[in-house]
Design a protein around this ligand. Structure first.
Ligand code: CTP
Length: 399
């Protein structure tokens, strides 16, 4: 969402990983960005410029003097750009950028660039670790340019080590992160997400329909805003957001322990998880069998710990606690009651069971209440947007 309408300059230099940038370009385009690609002559030996031209729907800048992109003003491209990404960035290109050398369309455009720049080095390990390359990267970083560390693994030169271009999705994610305000830098945000599961016997459990999407959106949004994020998650089928420390748990007791393990370091705690309120009194060691013509059975349940309430009682004054309330009716009354009972600073209340809102949807409709009486009725929007709106409100409250 953050790239919609943005102008991105994608510089592709001559490394074998140039092919990965086709996918990167597609991610940018899918996110609604306008992309201008520049390629070095060596890059064009690895990948045909036509592929980038067709997918970007813009001429590719290859040569300032001749060819299809030569009529494009590199100054205009640079001044229009909101972000420049160089991927893969060869040692040669890194050296030129570090020292202000402009001897082709890509480096000349980069010299006129005033927007944020993300450089993704990719090369043989010995080249990458070469002191000159490292010094050039330091030099670029000192001037505010963002460097994405390469991955380690098998390289095209048949060696193994640092130098692989990260996955295009990861580069895309880090590029998006540069568009968010860094208002949570230095803060630790502890988030709980997903359902809990309570075993009945070795093959059965009690759980709920929580998908974890809302909690994962909050964890991802907080990370993009510069926070150090710990995500305590029940079982979900989502990948943890990039850069987040994920602690996987099953039962309410496990979630309780994991939350308390990380509570001390947390500045902001957002408890989104749909915690099961009850668990079986005893977990059977063997699979429960039907006996005779048994037509029904009774399961003895006992109440689980209320994690949020326990945190509310224990938290320090300098910690900000946000709870969620999933309701099917009387939203405000129940939400305010929970805020009081659990000693919360803020509660995000939503109606479950309505279309477009609740557990499995990608969107949510949330009403925020703060302890000091503020109310914000957010419109139906993506869970990512809801996450940022909640963090905006938290940011305002703690500033
Ligand atoms: N919560 C918790 N531990 C529990 C139950 C709930 O930490 N055992 C937290 C949830 O993560 C959420 C908030 O409390 O942030 C409210 O959860 P919700 O399920 O809406 O309400 P409950 O407190 O369980 O109350 P009720 O089931 O009566 O609505």
């Amino acid at each position: 969402m953050v790239l919609n309408g943005k102008h991105i300059f994608l510089g592709v230099t001559g490394g074998i990983a140039a092919y990965k940038c086709v996918e990167l370009l597609r991610f940018f385009k899918k996110a609604g960005a306008d992309v201008v690609v520049a390629m070095t002559r060596s890059a064009a030996r690895f990948m045909g410029p036509t592929t980038f031209e067709v997918l970007s729907e813009n001429p590719v800048l290859l040569d300032l003097w001749e060819g299809p992109g030569s009529g494009v003003s590199h100054i205009e491209v640079a001044s229009k750009s909101d972000l420049a990404v160089i991927a893969p960035a060869t040692a040669n290109c890194i050296g030129k950028l570090a020292h202000g050398i402009a001897d082709d369309a890509l480096t000349t455009t980069m010299l006129a660039m005033t927007c944020p720049v993300l450089i993704c080095p990719s090369m043989n390990t010995d080249m990458y670790q070469n002191i000159r390359v490292q010094k050039n990267l330091d030099l670029l970083e000192e001037t505010g340019i963002h460097i994405l560390d390469p991955d380690s693994g098998a390289l095209a030169c048949k060696t193994t080590g640092a130098g692989r271009l990260p996955d295009p999705w990861f580069i895309f994610d880090r590029a998006c992160a540069l568009f968010y305000k860094n208002d949570l830098k230095g803060k630790t945000v502890l988030v709980s997400a997903g359902p809990t599961v309570e075993s009945i016997d070795p093959v059965r459990f009690i759980s709920n329909h929580s998908s974890g999407k809302m909690g994962y959106a909050i964890a991802g949004a907080a990370e993009k805003r510069g926070a150090n994020v710990v995500l305590v998650s029940g079982p979900v089928s989502l990948d943890p957001p990039v850069g987040v420390t994920c602690v996987s748990v099953g039962s309410c007791d496990q979630m309780y322990d994991a939350m308390f393990d990380h509570l001390d370091q947390a500045d902001i705690i957002v408890k989104v998880a749909a915690v099961g309120d009850f668990k079986p009194v005893t977990v059977q060691g063997h699979k429960i069998k039907k006996t005779g013509d048994q037509s029904h059975m009774t399961l003895d349940l006992t109440q689980n710990k209320d994690i949020l309430k326990a945190i509310g009682l224990k938290k320090r004054k300098d910690q900000y606690l946000v709870g969620f309330a999933a309701e099917t009716r009387d939203l405000e009354t129940y939400a305010l009651g929970k805020m009081e009972k659990k000693q919360l600073d803020m509660i995000a209340a939503n109606i479950v069971g309505k279309s477009g809102s609740g557990f499995k949807a990608d969107t949510n409709k949330v009403k925020l209440f703060t302890r000091d009486g503020q109310v914000a009725d957010l419109p139906l929007m993506t869970k990512e947007k809801v996450a940022h709106a909640i963090l905006d409100a938290v940011g305002q409250a703690i500033s």
